[in-house]
Design a protein around this ligand. Structure first.
Ligand code: HEM
Length: 471
């Protein structure tokens, strides 16, 4: 299908005159049709729907650019203000992920609602994923009894050198897009809207360049190795049910269809790595650098044979392949490389913004990282400098907001346990598990205010030109 090329600029006029409500209320409009018809896989600037059982930005393909941030709610912010903020963010997300700017109220003496740097871009696969940190469940918002048991504070791991101001946070916002400008615009917009209620605690940018030749397989990390080879296949629904999505049987009910996000800022010590010989590098990783093949194999996709690599090889320690336990530990990695210039000692401040999604961080990330911190040969070449954990609420509808099942007393949309989420090993001879039950159709969530509240505007002070004296 031929999709008309629609830029933000070509639409801003209608946004300005029509207003947000009108835009949000025209599902059959040109933009919506173009966005829906665009196949994200074929259209490099296409749109990814922000609505569904799960939030976008987890199982959806990872675009090239990341802007990850944590926010802290300012002292005195009430539960009602938190809900209002999440609703306003949602309304903005539904515009931005369609490639639309925040609409202006057409008042000439106010700063523009939209900052404008993405006006010439389309949706560019923007996804915005919202998370809640453990601190949100303290006594400020009456949420302590709703804190999921699996939302534990991450323990201190051997070798950690964490910077507190770059770690933790009440809320997380993960913006991903194929254009850096669009990802940055998404985060900046949400940060402006939060004014007076939440402040940005830290930001981490990242990039993920795919190979120029797609036949080359996985992209490479900054140590030159193909990364992501043995990752979970996010299009495998049964595997995602088993390892990533929180099942209704896991509890709490509000979280069914959600997941947990772990972030680690891992500095990679380039100088030491670059001075080590190739065979040493390959022993550290447990794969061949040129092809990504496991030891004993020739292709990236060949099966891993742990017994052929050193006991301390990263791949072997991360996944010892000891049967059901190893399978149940597996995580969905969605990391990005980062390069933040120079550190104080003159070395490159670069590495991996490790992001992983999982159903229970106690069984998955924490178990794995405890083992890696103690035994991974890669530790000589890396330092974990920041850390955070967030619970990721389930997705929402066009009339709801992310977090509504926790804060808005809206019933969870997923209520029936998924047989594919059963972690026990299959009993020999037992029939295969039944296909997952279809999600029950529940009435759509109560409509929110359905408006975009632009960030607090500053009055433009019009400077008078000094009168010419003619001198
Ligand atoms: C800078 C830090 C890191 C680098 C450079 C790195 C690099 C790699 C590479 C090259 C692979 C092999 C290709 C692949 O299957 O994706 C790999 C696999 C893997 N890594 Fe990492 N990694 C890092 C940190 C971590 C951390 C912090 C974790 C989790 C706690 C982790 C978990 C895994 C897992 C689970 C696998 C797949 C093992 C398998 O099933 O074969 N990695 N990593």
């Amino acid at each position: 299908m031929d999709i008309p090329h629609i830029t933000r600029r070509s639409l801003i006029a209608s946004a300005v005159t029509g207003g947000a409500a009108a835009l949000l209320a025209q599902p059959a409009g040109l933009i919506e049709k173009a966005a829906a018809a665009a196949d994200p896989a074929c259209d490099p600037h296409g749109a990814v729907s922000p609505f569904g059982i799960h939030q976008a930005g987890i199982a959806t393909p990872a675009p090239e650019h990341l802007q990850l941030a944590a926010f802290d709610l300012v002292a005195g912010t009430t539960r009602a203000q938190l809900i209002e903020l999440l609703q306003e963010w949602q309304n903005a997300i539904s515009l931005l992920t369609r490639g639309l700017p925040l609409p202006d109220a057409a008042l000439p003496d106010e700063a523009p609602a939209d900052t404008g740097e993405a006006l010439s871009q389309r949706a560019d696969h923007l996804t915005i994923t919202i998370g809640f940190g453990p601190s949100l469940f303290d006594d400020r918002f009456g949420l302590a009894s709703q804190r999921p048991a699996a939302l534990v504070d991450l323990p201190a791991f051997t070798g950690d050198a964490l910077v507190p101001t770059r770690s933790g946070g009440d809320l997380s916002v993960q913006c991903c897009s194929d254009t850096r400008l669009v990802a940055e615009h998404g985060l900046r917009t949400l940060a402006r809207m939060a004014a007076g209620r939440a402040v940005v605690r830290w930001v981490q940018a990242g990039f993920n360049e795919p190979p120029s030749n797609p036949a080359d397989g996985s992209g490479r990390n900054l140590f030159g190795f193909k990364d992501g080879t043995a990752n979970l296949d996010s299009s495998d629904a049964a595997r995602m049910a088993r390892n990533v999505w929180v099942d209704p049987a896991d509890g709490p009910a509000w979280l069914a269809g959600g997941t947990y996000q772990v972030y680690r800022r891992v500095v990679m010590i380039m100088k030491t790595w670059d001075e080590s010989v190739l065979s040493e590098q390959e022993d550290v990783m447990g794969r061949r650098r040129a092809t990504g093949a496991p030891f004993g194999g020739t292709r990236e996709t060949d099966p891993v044979r742990s017994e052929l690599m050193p006991l301390t090889a990263h791949v072997r320690v991360a996944n010892p392949r000891t049967g059901t336990d190893s399978e149940n530990e597996r995580i969905l990695r969605r990391g990005y490389s980062f390069h933040d210039g120079l550190a104080a000692d003159g070395s490159f401040d670069a590495g991996l913004a490790f992001i992983a999604y999982q159903r229970d961080p106690r069984r998955q990330f924490i178990t794995m990282q405890t083992r890696l911190a103690a035994n991974d040969a890669l530790n000589e070449y890396i330092t974990h400098t920041a850390s955070a954990i967030f619970v990721i609420p389930p997705g929402t509808t066009a009339t709801g907001y992310v977090g509504e099942t926790l804060l808005g007393a809206v019933p969870p949309r997923v209520t029936v346990p998924n047989p594919a989420a059963d972690l026990r090993p299959p009993t020999p001879g037992a029939p295969a598990p039944a296909p997952p039950a279809a999600a029950p159709t529940t009435p759509p969530a109560a409509p929110t205010k359905g408006r975009v509240v632009p960030p607090k505007r500053r009055k433009v002070i019009k400077r008078r030109r000094p009168k010419r004296t003619g001198a």
